[in-house]
Ligand binder design. Structure first.
Ligand code: ADP
Ligand code: MG
Length: 499
């Protein structure tokens, strides 16, 4: 098959040679050049400044000392008589740092200072070129003024990106009253961060033309340049994907660190609490028994018996706290298969009297028969705590709903099947001020009547089973409803978390 000319791709218009040399003869315009090696900058500058000086025009260079020196040598090598151009006043090399000090005010490029200082330099250089041209006896043509500035690059390197962009704008403003062809240059290495993309584009838009780095401008053929562009596109694509991946990795690392810190904190507090609980449990038992015997002791009168009853009640509270804490930290028993229906019924039984006393209606809805793998004492404690809280939230009666159904949930990135138990009440609602800290130890709104350990302990137990516990509290149809939802994985998913 022969390829017709029309079907062949003409690439010359797609990747033109960067025509930076053409800008060297502009009489106006604001061109930015990016470069990797100083050598490359000096060479292009040598051509830009050299052409102007060679033609008897004026040139202003605001550069670092190293670049001014490099440029002076380059110009000499190109046969430019630098000294007499300086003497004539049409070549003005200025130090970038010193010049910057003159145009800045309170760390910001100042419009008036800039216009006066740089505007003055440009006018004087132009006049000098005019005079030199005149004294040469040549035909007087309006001389060009070319300028190179890298104060912007210094500002950029110092991280003062808005100042650099502002200074670019001041150059553009000056071009409205003075005619000159301006070249700026930035080392490409200064744009190595992703956050540089936006200011980089801004810099480009402040210029009438952009000269890419020498890795592009040095390419000789269209084919090479197209290859280069494709390669850059591929690199950009790969980098973008990599940045995304890194971000994700960083986020998951951060989350894991938080989880780990929480788990460590939890374990340490649990251990400490268990040790204390264990130590005080035995003497507590003894004291409780002593008060039990004292309660009906014949030697006590009615008021002394009253006092022992108060003491007994308080001791029973302390025993409750200590038992709760122990239940939370139980080390090496094996988890066994537990029927949640039975556990919930047993807990409702415990609370039967106070529920009735407070006029609380109970609505059960067991939609699942699944058994879970757990420590029976612990799982019972979870519902003792949750139903106990619901009860305390409804001192004037209400509706307690205890529901259970099959469910699934994504925990730590993996989907797990299991059962969900919902305990909901129509009580006072969870106060706004402690919503964020509800599961922290000692957070209570019940003054000395509460310990603030119930939810903390419950969450610890549920998390040990690979599950989760959440709550919702708010007004629905004018009624406050609070609902605690406990998810516990079952089957294979449970084995993985419990073992
Ligand atoms: P305690 O019951 O000893 O205060 P918990 O850890 O069990 O400790 O509960 C902490 C706090 O959470 C309670 O003091 C209460 O403010 C709030 N809370 C828990 N359950 C409910 C509920 N069902 N309704 C309203 N508030 C609740
Ligand atoms: Mg409680």
């Amino acid at each position: 098959m022969s390829i017709t000319k029309a079907s062949m791709l003409d690439t010359s218009a797609l990747a033109p040679a960067a025509p930076w040399r053409e800008h060297d003869n502009d009489s106006h315009g604001h061109v930015v050049q990016f470069y990797s090696e100083d050598r490359s900058l000096i060479e292009t500058l040598g051509h830009f400044i050299g052409s102007a000086l060679g033609a008897g025009d004026a040139a202003i260079v605001v550069a670092t000392e190293a670049h001014r020196q490099g440029l002076a040598e380059e110009l000499k090598a190109r046969g430019v008589d630098v000294s007499s151009a300086i003497e004539q006043g049409r070549y003005v090399p200025l130090d970038a740092v010193e010049t910057m000090a003159q145009i800045m005010l309170d760390g910001w490029p100042d419009e008036t200072r800039f216009a006066n200082h740089i505007g003055g330099v440009i006018s004087r250089a132009r006049l000098a070129a005019e005079q030199a041209k005149g004294s040469n006896g040549s035909l007087i043509i309006e001389p060009r003024v070319v300028a190179f500035g890298e104060m912007v690059a210094l500002l950029w390197a110092e991280g003062k990106h808005p100042s650099a962009i502002r200074l670019e704008q001041l150059w553009n403003d000056l071009a409205k009253t003075h005619s000159f062809s301006l070249r700026c240059a930035y080392p490409m290495g200064g744009f190595h961060l992703q956050e540089h993309s936006e200011p980089f584009l801004k810099i480009c838009t402040e210029h009438s033309a952009v000269i890419p780095g020498e890795s592009y401008t040095s390419l000789k053929s269209e084919a090479d340049r197209l290859r280069n562009i494709s390669q850059l596109q591929q690199k950009a694509q790969a980098l973008e994907a990599e940045i995304e991946q890194r971000k994700e990795a960083q986020e998951s690392l951060r989350q894991r660190e938080i989880d780990l810190r929480d788990a460590e904190q939890h374990a340490a507090m649990g251990k400490l609490a268990a040790v204390i609980a264990h130590e005080i449990n035995n003497p507590l038992e003894v004291i409780a028994n002593v008060f039990f015997m004292l309660r009906d002791h014949p030697s006590l009168d009615e008021s002394a018996r009253g006092l022992t009853r108060i003491a007994e009640e308080e001791i029973s509270r302390v025993r409750h706290i200590s038992n709760q804490t122990l239940a939370f930290y139980r080390e090496s028993e094996k988890p066994i298969s537990v029927s949640l229906n039975q556990v919930l019924d047993a807990v409702l039984d415990i609370y039967a009297r106070p529920l009735k006393l407070h006029g609380i209606e109970v609505e059960k809805n067991y939609g699942s028969e699944r058994e879970i793998l757990a420590y029976p004492v612990e799982i019972r404690q979870v519902f003792v705590n949750l139903i106990g809280n619901a009860l305390q939230a409804m001192p004037n009666g209400g509706l307690l709903r205890v529901g259970m159904h099959d469910s699934s949930e994504t925990i730590q990135g993996s989907r797990r099947t299991g059962v969900r138990v919902n305990i909901s009440d129509t009580g006072v609602g969870v106060p706004e001020k402690c919503r964020d800290r509800l599961f922290e130890p000692f957070v209570t709104t019940k003054a000395e009547k509460g310990t603030g350990l119930g939810l903390w302990v419950s969450r610890g137990i549920v998390q040990k089973l690979g599950g989760s516990i959440r709550f919702r509290s708010g007004k629905i149809g004018g009624k406050t409803r609070t609902s605690f939802s406990v998810f516990i994985p079952t089957g294979q998913d449970a084995l993985e978390s419990v073992s």
